[in-house]
Ligand binder design. Structure first.
Ligand code: T1G
Length: 638
C-alpha cells in the first residue's frame, strides 16, 4: 500500500497519508510526500493542497527506529519543498501531532485542527531536538516563551492552547476536510517573519533553571540553545545549526538510552495484551482498604471513569477513606488532571462485603500482613461470583499462599501499585503459580484503562522493583559500614540523575515498613550472612524518617541535614563489624550500586521472575527514579 495518495478535485489537491499505526515519517512516507509535492508543483490547475491523515492521528513524528541512521530523502528537504510551494498547503490535523509531524504541519501555510487534537515537540524525551526546522518555525508562530516551554519540556499542548498561542489558525467546528478546504493562507512565508517576543527572554536565567531541572539530560539544554540561535541568527543559519545539533544528539548515548526506554515501555505487558481470554469488566471495581494505597487506587479508578465500591472495617474507617479519596481527587482537579469533581459521585464506601458482589474485579489493599490478608481473601471467596478476579496489592507477601486460601486460585493475582497510586505510572502485575488467563487479561485491560505501564513479575520476595531496591539498599548500608556516609551516597545518586538518593527516599516513605520486613525475615536469615545493623539502630532510636522529624537526616530546620548521631551510630557499627573506614568517591559509590542492581537483575531473569531485561529497566525507570536518560541498569550493563 502506498503511504501517500493524491486526488485532485475542483482545483484542490487532497493529499492523504496512510501509514499505520501512527503515520510515522519513515523513508517510504518521506519519499511519497516529496514525489507528491513535485507532482503538484507541475499541475498548473491546482490552487490549494489539503494535507490530512487516515487513522487515529496526523503524523506522530519521525520513525523512531530510523533515528541515528537517516535515509534519503531527508525530512528538512521535503519540508522545504512544501514550504516553498507556490500554492498554499493547508494541514488538517487530528490526534497527536508530534515531532516531525508538527514540523510538517508548520511547513504548511495554514493549520486547522479537529477538537481534541494535541500538538507537541517531544524530541527531548528521546534525547534529541527537533531536526527539521521545528526550533526555527515554532517561535515565528508562537511567542518565544511558549516555544521554550514546548521544546525544552516536550509536553504536548491542547488545540485550544495551540490556537491561543498562534500555532494553529482554527479549530474545526464540523467537517475537518471541508473546513480545511476553505481556509485562507497567509501571504508572507513563515521564515521571512520575525521571531516573536524573543527580547523578553533572559537566556542565562532560562539556562540555569533548565540545567537544574534536567538532572544531567543534555537534550533540553541543546533545545534551548537551538531556540536562542533561532532568535539571534538568520533563519537559514539557525536551521543549519539545528540540524547539526540534531544529528549529533541522535547518535548520543542518552538518545540511545531514551529510545530503549520508549520501546521497552511499549513492549512491557505485551504478553498480557496478547492473551485471548476476556478480561473482567472494569466499569465497577471493588477496593478493600482505604489507607494511603487503597485510597490512591480508588482515586486512580475514579479518574479513569470506573465506579468504585470501597470497603473498610467499620463505618468510621469508611468515612475516613471517603475523605482521603475526596482529597486526592480535589488535588488532582487542582493540578488539572481531572476535569470536574463529579468522579466522587461514583464512589461508595461501607463495611459490608456483600456490596462487592457485583464487582467483576476486587483489589485488596489492607495492612501488609499475611494473616490479615488471608482473612480478607477468605471473606471475598464467600461473597464474590465465581468469575470475579481477586487481586492483592501486596508489595512482598507470597501471592501463591494467598491464592490457596480461595477455592479457585486461578482468579487470584498481585497488582502492585506504587504510591501515590493515582499518579505513578508503574503497575507490577504479579503472576502467581496458579494465576489464570482471565486474571492476567484483566490486569492488562486495567493497566490500559488506568494508562499505566504494566510489567509482569513472578512471585518472590519483593517482585522485581523492591527486590532490586532491597539488594542495593543492603549494599549501601555495607558501604556505610565501610566508610561512606548517607549524604555522600545520596549526592552520588543525585549526581547520576536520580531525583533523590536512597536515604532521602527512605526518610520520605518511613523506615518502619522495611524494619518490620527485616524483623519478619530475621528467623530465616542464615547465621553467616553479612548483615548491617545501622538501619535497625536508627529505628530503635525512633528515627523513623521525616514523619518522626528525623531518620537518616535531621529535619528540625525543615530541610534534610546530616546528623552527628547518625554518623556516630555508623561509626559504632563499622567498629562492631571490624571494618576500617575508607574514603569512597561518588563514582565508586555509583559503580557499586549499579553492579548490585545488575547482578540482582540477572538473578531475577534467571529465576524467571522478570520476563526480560527491558522489563527490569522499565520497572527501575518508571517506579524507582532511575534516570530515564541512562536507560536503566540492564541497558547500562550492555
Ligand atoms: N516511530 C516509530 N514507531 C512509533 C512511533 C514513532 N514515532 N510512535 C509510535 N510508534 C509505535 C509504537 O512503538 C507502537 O508500536 C505503536 O506505534 C502505537 O504506539 C524529525 C526526529 C503517537 C502518542 O516521540 O508518543 O519526530 O508497540 O502504543 O498510546 O524532529 O506512540 O504497537 O508495535 O504508544 O496510542 C517524535 C512517539 C519522534 C511520538 C500514540 N514523536 N509516540 O500513543 O500508542 S522524533 C514521538 C507517542 C521526531 C523530528 C524528530 C505515542 C503516540 P507497537 P503506542 P498510543
Amino acid at each position: 500500500m502506498q503511504p501517500v495518495s493524491l486526488t485532485i478535485s475542483e482545483g484542490i489537491a487532497h493529499l492523504r497519508i496512510d501509514n499505520p499505526p501512527v503515520n510515522a515519517l519513515n523513508q517510504p512516507l518521506r519519499a511519497g510526500l516529496r514525489d507528491a509535492a513535485l507532482r503538484i508543483a507541475g499541475m498548473p490547475d491546482v490552487q490549494k493542497v489539503v494535507l490530512s491523515c487516515a487513522g487515529r492521528t496526523f503524523v506522530a513524528g519521525a520513525d523512531i527506529r530510523e533515528l541515528g541512521a537517516p535515509l534519503e530523502p531527508y525530512l528538512p528537504d521535503v519540508l522545504d519543498l512544501i514550504a516553498g510551494s507556490s500554492v498554499p498547503w493547508i494541514a488538517a490535523l487530528h490526534g497527536t501531532v508530534l515531532g516531525g509531524g508538527l514540523e510538517l504541519a508548520m511547513a504548511c501555510h495554514a493549520r486547522i485542527a479537529a477538537p481534541g487534537t494535541r500538538l507537541g515537540l517531544p524530541e527531548v524525551s528521546l534525547g534529541i531536538i527537533p531536526g527539521s526546522g521545528g526550533t526555527v518555525r515554532l517561535p515565528r508562530l508562537v511567542p518565544m516563551s511558549d516555544a521554550i516551554a514546548m521544546v525544552t519540556g516536550g509536553k504536548p499542548v491542547s488545540a485550544e492552547a495551540a490556537l491561543a498561542m498562534g500555532l494553529i489558525d482554527r479549530i474545526a467546528s464540523g467537517d475537518l476536510q471541508a473546513e480545511a478546504q476553505d481556509m485562507p493562507a497567509p501571504a508572507a512565508p513563515l521564515l521571512d517573519r520575525p521571531v516573536r517576543e524573543a527580547g523578553a527572554i533572559d537566556w542565562h536565567a532560562q539556562e540555569q533553571t533548565l540545567r537544574r531541572k534536567s538532572r544531567g539530560a543534555e537534550a533540553p539544554l541543546e533545545a534551548l540553545a537551538a531556540l536562542r540561535d533561532s532568535a539571534e541568527l538568520p533563519a537559514r543559519d539557525a536551521m543549519a545549526r539545528e540540524r547539526e545539533r540534531f544529528l549529533r544528539l541522535s547518535v548520543s548515548d542518552q538518545s540511545r538510552a531514551l529510545r530503549h526506554v520508549f520501546f521497552a515501555e511499549r513492549d512491557a505487558g505485551r504478553s498480557l495484551r496478547d492473551i485471548e481470554a476476556a478480561p473482567a469488566d472494569l466499569a465497577r471495581v471493588g477496593v478493600i482498604g482505604g489507607g494511603t494505597m487503597g485510597a490512591g487506587i480508588a482515586a486512580a479508578l475514579l479518574i479513569a471513569g470506573s465506579s468504585v465500591r470501597l470497603i473498610e472495617r467499620d463505618a468510621q474507617a469508611a468515612d475516613m477513606a471517603q475523605t482521603r479519596v475526596a482529597d486526592l481527587l480535589a488535588a488532582s482537579h487542582k493540578r488539572g488532571l481531572l476535569r470536574d469533581l463529579s468522579a466522587l459521585e461514583r464512589l461508595t464506601t461501607g463495611s459490608d462485603y456483600a456490596a462487592l458482589a457485583d464487582c467483576p474485579l476486587v483489589i485488596e489493599a489492607v495492612f501488609e500482613d499475611m494473616e490479615v490478608k488471608r482473612q480478607v481473601f477468605t471473606r471475598l471467596d464467600a461473597v464474590m461470583p465465581a468469575d470475579a478476579v481477586l487481586a492483592t496489592n501486596t508489595s512482598y507477601l507470597d501471592v501463591d499462599t494467598l491464592a490457596l486460601t480461595t477455592r479457585d486460585p486461578s482468579r487470584v493475582l498481585g497488582l502492585h501499585f506504587f504510591s501515590p497510586a493515582h499518579v505513578m505510572k508503574l503497575l507490577e502485575v504479579v503472576r502467581g503459580a496458579h494465576t489464570g488467563p482471565r486474571a492476567l487479561a484483566t490486569a492488562g485491560a486495567l493497566a490500559r484503562h488506568l494508562r499505566k505501564t504494566a510489567v509482569v513479575a513472578g512471585v518472590c520476595d519483593g517482585f522485581i522493583g523492591n527486590r532490586i531496591m532491597n539488594a542495593y539498599r543492603t549494599d549501601c548500608e555495607f558501604m556505610l559500614e565501610e566508610g561512606a556516609l548517607p549524604e555522600q551516597i545520596d549526592r552520588a545518586m543525585e549526581g547520576f540523575g536520580f531525583a533523590m538518593g536512597i536515604y532521602a527516599v527512605q526518610d520520605m516513605s518511613g523506615l518502619d515498613i522495611a524494619w518490620a520486613a527485616r524483623k519478619a525475615r530475621a528467623a530465616t536469615r542464615p547465621a553467616d550472612e553479612r548483615y548491617a545493623h545501622i538501619a535497625d539502630r536508627l529505628c530503635e532510636a525512633g528515627r523513623l524518617g521525616r514523619k518522626a522529624g528525623r531518620g537518616w537526616y535531621d529535619y528540625a530546620t525543615g530541610t534534610a541535614q546530616p546528623d552527628p548521631q547518625v554518623a556516630q551510630i555508623i561509626a559504632e557499627e563499622s567498629a562492631r563489624a571490624g571494618r576500617t573506614r575508607r574514603e569512597f568517591s561518588d563514582a565508586q559509590i555509583m559503580d557499586r550500586i549499579l553492579s548490585v542492581m545488575q547482578a540482582e537483575g540477572r538473578t531475577i531473569l534467571a529465576e524467571g521472575v522478570a520476563d526480560s531485561a527491558e522489563d527490569i529497566d522499565v520497572v527501575m525507570v518508571t517506579g524507582y527514579g532511575f534516570p530515564r536518560h541512562k536507560g536503566g541498569p540492564m541497558f547500562l550493563a550492555g
